[in-house]
Design a protein around this ligand. Structure first.
Ligand SMILES: C=Cc1c2[nH]c(c1C)Cc1[nH]c(c(CCC(=O)O)c1C)Cc1[nH]c(c(C)c1CCC(=O)O)Cc1[nH]c(c(C)c1C=C)C2
Length: 555
């Protein structure tokens, strides 16, 4: 703990040094700082929402502006949003139940998360699952009435069995893709399902790709946006007469092997991350060749370490159980934003970072997670990461409306002190769209037990279980998202003159890594008077510029 605090203090001091040099003149004149237009830094900042996006925003903004007072408003009594890990006592020890997000991916998107892990001194607590471990390599799709092992590094499925099940039905039509004419240029967007049906085969969307979209978005491929979620293929289609032709047309552009396309926003993020983020070898070695990673006490360890760290900053105040009702730009000439909470009196801020939901931008889905622990080890006859259930599975094979099951005792090892078998059944998502009420805990448990009995043959009663309903937890980037985002960014910029910055899982991806990266980008953009600019922080995300061609392996 002492070491952690020392590290925070030294980071804090170096931030103060960096921030003090250009602000000396203004810091001498506190009266000047009262007026936002001439102030060197925002005196009062509000962060709306205490999930991972809000906490990471407060952390990175505090590094940029060590003299600002930062208030975090959180509606719940607890920080961290739906990242929630719980230790449950069981006979012979305890086990960790993960209710929401459970693992992180180690790719390029995780570099800012890695920086955070280092600064919070969590490197020694990282648990990485090697790519070749059965808990990573064996990924299954349930179709139509059995588990199918998917091909991948370390997994050798029987191609005969795969062909027989029909899970890959329609793939041969990929050979005809180059001969399908490209879309009409006036089409602004379409669903993932429609795009795949048009370019390849409807069965690919129904029986296979919908499973992957269940695993990430718990969403419906017939509603999710191809332009947003299959961006590269969507762009390539218009670079030639087909996706394949577009791909061939961009090859050789850089003269350095295979080329690909990258959006202006991702190019910007990549350049800044490469320039500024350095990861120590201790962490990069720990994450080399790993498929996913988490912490000894689950993902909540990251939230807890971040919250503890923020508590050591005297500039930060956390208001729990304080839902924000509204925020409005004041017309007092000082460009301040008035934040009104449910019970409190309004407070004025020079800058607001909102991670709150924007209902006009995306709908949400609700997911039920049912954690099951059995004290019998190896109860599950299948070893692996888990399985996903595509939309094309017949109703009688999935009357519970489940999305998939993770095999937690295989996927992450080193969190539990008691042996046994741990699974999580995920239900609902888009299947529950328009539902007014959801199954209660008892019904949820019964649904999960009936599913694992039919799919995995597990009939034993779980020793411990937990059921959670996460209302509106995953935003859905549905058809037309890019246009709605552009309008929303424009409207927010004009309405608040740039004094409201936008961060969260509604903008640049739903993964924890995406949220942390975006918080860092936002905070970084506040430098050098960036906080005063008439911008929301998402301008590069909605810029109307062509995608760039870069080598696939460009760092
Ligand atoms: C707890 C429910 C969640 C579901 N999706 C997410 C959560 C938190 C968010 C999410 N899940 C995955 C990603 C991809 C990238 C990443 O950073 O990890 C995101 C943003 C991956 C994932 N999660 C599960 C699976 C099978 C996958 C697929 C890809 C892979 O092979 O890693 C588990 C799982 N998550 C959800 C369901 C329904 C589910 C089922 C087993 C919804």
């Amino acid at each position: 703990m002492a070491m952690r605090l020392k590290r925070h203090v030294s980071l804090f001091e170096s931030s103060i040094r960096r921030a003090t040099v250009p602000t000396v003149a203004n810091s001498l004149c506190t009266r000047c700082r009262r007026y936002a237009s001439s102030a060197a830094y925002p005196e009062n900042i509000a962060v709306l929402g205490g999930g991972i996006s809000g906490l990471a925003s407060a952390y990175f903004v505090a590094q940029e502006f060590p003299r600002s007072k930062i208030t975090i408003y959180e509606a719940e009594k607890q920080l961290g949003g739906w990242i929630r890990s719980q230790r449950i006592p069981v006979p012979g020890g305890d086990v960790l139940f993960e209710h929401g997000p459970r693992t992180l991916r180690p790719g390029r998107d995780s570099l800012v998360t890695q920086k955070l892990i280092q600064e919070l001194d969590l490197v020694g607590d990282v648990l990485a699952t090697p790519k070749k471990a059965p808990g990573a390599a064996n990924r299954y799709v349930y179709y139509p009435d059995r588990l199918n092992l998917m091909p991948g590094p370390g997994a050798r499925p029987s191609y005969f069995d795969l062909a027989k099940s029909g899970v890959f039905a329609g793939w041969h039509n990929i050979l005809a893709e180059p001969f399908q004419s490209r879309r009409d240029g006036s089409i602004r967007d379409e669903s993932v399902g429609s795009f795949l049906s048009r370019r390849v085969d409807k069965r690919i969307a129904q029986n296979l790709v919908s499973a992957i979209f269940h695993g990430i978005y718990a969403g419906d491929v017939w509603k999710l946006s191809a332009k947003t979620l299959l961006g590269t293929a969507w762009q390539l289609e218009m670079k030639g007469n087909s996706v394949w032709d577009g791909w061939m047309n961009i090859q050789g552009t850089n003269g350095k092997g295979t080329d690909t396309l990258i959006s202006p926003h991702h190019l910007d993020v990549r350049a800044r991350v490469n320039q500024e983020i350095k990861v120590d070898s201790a962490l990069s070695d720990a994450l080399r060749d790993c498929s996913v990673f988490t912490f000894k006490n689950g993902l909540q360890q990251l939230v807890d370490a971040l919250s503890q760290c923020l508590k050591t900053y005297s500039q930060i105040e956390v208001k729990l159980g304080t839902p924000v009702e509204s925020y409005n730009l004041l017309s007092n000439g000082e460009k301040q934003v008035e934040v009104t909470t449910k019970d409190g009196k309004p407070q004025n801020y020079d800058l607001v970072i909102s991670t709150l939901r924007a209902p006009a931008l995306t709908p949400y889905v609700t997911v039920m997670t049912v954690n099951l622990y059995y004290s019998t080890p190896n109860l599950n006859p299948v070893k692996g990461f888990g399985y996903l259930i595509p939309q094309g599975v017949p109703f009688e094979q999935n009357p519970e409306r489940a999305l998939g099951v993770t095999f937690d005792s295989d996927a992450v090892q080193g969190q539990d002190s008691a042996p046994g078998t741990k699974l999580t059944v995920m239900l609902g998502g888009h299947w529950w769209d328009e539902w007014d009420t959801y199954p209660d805990s008892q019904e949820g448990l019964e649904l999960a037990k009936s599913l694992v009995k039919r799919h995995l043959g597990i009939t034993e009663e779980p020793t411990r279980s937990n059921v959670g309903v996460w209302k509106d937890c995953i935003p859905q980037y549905t058809v037309g998202y890019e246009d709605r985002l552009r309008d929303y960014v424009e409207k927010t910029k004009n309405q608040f003159g740039g004094r409201v910055k936008l961060v969260g899982n509604q903008y640049n991806g739903v993964a924890v890594n995406n949220c942390i990266e975006q918080a860092w980008m936002m905070a970084r953009g506040l430098r050098h008077n960036g906080w005063k600019e008439k911008a929301t922080g998402l301008e590069s995300r909605v810029v109307d510029e062509p995608w760039s061609i870069i080598p696939v392996n460009q760092p």
